[in-house]
Ligand binder design. Structure first.
Ligand SMILES: Nc1ncnc2c1ncn2[C@@H]1O[C@H](COP(=O)(O)OP(=O)(O)OP(=O)(O)O)[C@@H](O)[C@H]1O
Ligand SMILES: O=P(O)(O)OC[C@H]1O[C@H](OP(=O)(O)OP(=O)(O)O)[C@H](O)[C@@H]1O
Ligand SMILES: [Mg+2]
Length: 286
């Protein structure tokens, strides 16, 4: 039985469970349930605090976990880096992890020297400071870090930035390069075997990630324009081209990246393709 950790609350919880449901796994119906047994797929899910997930996976007590890249980086020994390894980026829960300070000063990373720095990610921050040769007093908080400066416990902070709204609300500005570009990821214990069961769950999630990143385009194309059309929609291997009843026309089907879909559709219409249709893909195996 594969044992998998899933965030039980917070920014990643809902999307993580929705993605597992799309991938064909049983998920909890009661938000307070801490475990769900999916006998058909031989997987047991454990719903845990986002911060604890890398701990269970690093110890080997659970085989896989869904967490944030920033949280994974904050796990493990202070100096030795993370003790979990990323198997797959899941394409949701994007954020950056950044230093920030009160508006009105043109802060630089070197200004961190000798300051009191509040964060809920002390290992991630400690490693970054060490790599830069900076000594600062790291104040560990559990959350609501943005308020710590006005309450007087810190001079600067390092925290998760999503929309940037919370920083603005507290008159803070980010500075320096992001310490971490985060998103939800699937992890396992560093260096542990990628068993067949782990591979299968990873492949299923990969199928959902691809499905969310791609659309299926169908269109009709004069045969004389096929070459130009195929250059615009090369698909993954190669597009499907099928004859239409009218011998001068073909039907074409190809996957295109969602981000580029509208541009590609404009270009297809401009060269003379007709009936250009885009449809969602729910899940797939590539
Ligand atoms: N506003 C946000 N936008 C995008 N991602 C976010 C946001 N807030 C948190 N995250 C991501 O979610 C993960 C942390 O989850 P969350 O903040 O929900 O948990 P927590 O802080 O441990 O728990 P809680 O805040 O409930 O005490 C991190 O990977 C972080 O990057
Ligand atoms: O840039 P924004 O979109 O405003 O989001 C960033 C905020 O969201 C998270 O807080 P969360 O809600 O998890 O509360 P917490 O600080 O108690 O963890 C994070 O810690 C930031 O405070
Ligand atoms: Mg939080």
């Amino acid at each position: 039985m594969l044992r998998v950790a899933v965030p039980n609350k917070g920014a990643l919880a809902e999307r993580a469970s929705a993605m597992l449901t799309e991938a064909g796994y049983r998920q909890r119906h009661e938000p307070r349930d801490l475990t769900v047994l999916d006998n058909n797929n031989e997987v047991e899910f454990f719903f845990l605090r986002p911060k604890d997930i890398a701990i269970y996976v690093a110890s080997g007590d659970l085989d896989l976990g869904i967490t944030g890249r920033d949280l994974a980086a904050d796990s493990g020994a202070d100096d030795n880096g993370s003790s979990v390894e990323e198997l797959l980026a899941l394409g949701f829960g994007s954020s950056t992890f950044r230093y920030a300070g009160p508006r009105g000063t043109d802060w630089k990373v070197s200004d961190l020297e000798g300051k009191r720095l509040a964060t809920a990610y002390p290992k991630l921050v400690g490693r970054d400071l060490k790599a830069r040769g900076i000594t600062a007093k790291v104040i560990r908080l559990d959350g609501a870090v943005e308020i710590s400066i006005q309450l007087g416990v810190a001079d600067l902070i390092a925290d998760v930035v999503g929309s940037g709204r919370t920083l603005k609300q507290h008159d803070l500005v980010p500075f320096g390069d992001p310490i971490c570009e985060s998103e939800a990821i699937l992890i396992h214990r560093n260096g542990s075997e990628v068993t067949a069961a782990k591979k299968q769950l990873t492949a299923r999630l990969q199928g959902v990630v691809f499905a969310q990143q791609y659309l299926m385009l169908d269109y009709d194309c004069p045969r004389s324009l096929l070459e130009a059309a195929i250059a615009l929609t090369p698909g993954l291997e190669s597009p499907t081209v099928a004859p239409l009843a009218n011998p001068d026309w073909s039907a074409v089907r190809a996957m295109v990246s969602r981000k580029e879909a509208n541009k590609v559709m404009d270009e297809l219409a401009a060269i003379g393709a007709k009936a250009v249709l885009a449809s969602d893909i729910r899940f797939c195996r590539l």
